[in-house]
Design a protein around this ligand. Sequence first.
Ligand code: PLP
Length: 371
Amino acid sequence: MLWDEDGRRYIDMMGAYSAVSHGHCHPRLVSVLQQQAAKLAVVSRAFYTQPLGRFAQLACHLTGMERALPMNTGAEAVETALKLARKWAYTVKGVKSERARIIACQGNFHGRTIAIVGMSTVPQYRDAFGPYPPGTDIVPFGDAKALEEAITPDTAAFLVEPIQGEGGIIIPPPGALAECRRLCDRHKVLMICDEVQSGLGRAGAMLASEHEGIRPDIVTLGKALGGGLLPVSLVLAKAEVMDVFKPGDHGSTYGGNPLAAAVGHEALTVLVEEGLVQRAAELGPWLMEHLGTIPSPAIKEIRGRGLFIGVEFHPEIVSATAVCQALAERGILTKDTHRNTIRFSPPLVISHALLNEAVDALEQSLKALCG
Ligand SMILES: Cc1ncc(COP(=O)(O)O)c(C=O)c1O
């Protein structure tokens, strides 16, 4: 929950764009942050530190990956994954110098850096920020046939969010990502799953790609990895992929610092020990079911997995922005996203009672706005 300056209470159904999965200021995370900050916060990444070793090991163990490379923000993790894929293409796949291409999806959101907004299909995110690095192709999300047509011998990687978050909480058609995985294998293309938002239990599994039965070659994590306290991100990969990076190829002054690593390790530990992945898996369908009982013609579709849920409205009846404002007046905080959709991505520690309040508030808001 959050309180404003007048002491009014709000339920945070937004979770800071899924960064606050553990709840605000989780005492175990705050305690580890304080203890580590008092001991050692930042050293050169050239030096081994115990917190980083422990963190990388646990992250690999929980995600089934073999190598972990720490960064800070989600966008940096994705940029790192792209660099990795390009170097792999040149040194392993045999793509000719400067020709490697990356395939991304329509409606993607991978962050705000130049290379990444160059891949965006949202005019506001990309217009006025060019020119962009070349070497990107775009295919419709969840369309394996389009992916196959776009793959060329120069394709290094296919970059995809297993669930598009900022794009409007879009779930791919059943089996589509598994088919994309098969195509990547067949054409020797790396599959990069950007799980910065969908990972770490948000979608009711440690990685949302588990729902699709796939194992990516590279995974990016961020947001909740910092426990809602500080930016911590990771690029995880199979050994044969990550090992193309040699010392000095890549770096980050703060990436993997002992403070971030200690908090990241505790964030993963709390996720496991408090059963938060399972909690999202149970609460998500419960919330979807209750949202589904709201008798409003304004609702076009409710979709989601775990506690990563979008409610889309008919634009001719109501705008998602107006619904968010009406919800805020009733003590529920969230934010609209693309496709006239509001998202519910609350902390995974949320109770049934608070979720119920959110459902009631949505029903009242829609009544007030649409009659
Ligand atoms: C899927 C995905 N990737 C990357 C990012 C970028 O993360 P950051 O804002 O930490 O750079 C986001 C942020 O919303 C995201 O949803």
